[in-house]
Design a protein around this ligand. Structure first.
Ligand code: ZN
Ligand code: ZN
Length: 83
């Protein structure tokens, strides 16, 4: 199951599961829209993969499959990937 992380790893902005601002890579590293499109240039700084819009989990599914509450904040890892 996809981990819906609660914040942007780059700027620590809140990204609730219903947010349309969340971007995610294939390793579930989670960023906000402005970091993803801005400083990161659309690439994950960790794996170099593409960042895509995180799908929103339907609200009725969140009851049984809640979003992650573990905040991951890693501002020093927040630079453009060396493609
Ligand atoms: Zn951010
Ligand atoms: Zn990644």
């Amino acid at each position: 199951m996809l981990q819906l992380r609660p914040n942007c790893e780059c700027c620590d902005r809140d990204l609730p599961p219903e947010s349309t601002e969340a971007r995610i890579c294939s390793f579930e590293r989670t960023f906000c829209h402005s970091c993803a499109e801005g400083v990161l240039g659309g690439r994950c700084p960790n794996c170099g993969g593409e960042l895509v819009t995180r799908p929103r989990r339907p609200i009725e599914k969140l009851a049984k499959n809640p979003a992650s509450t573990e905040r991951i904040f890693n501002p020093q890892g927040c630079a453009k990937a060396v493609a």
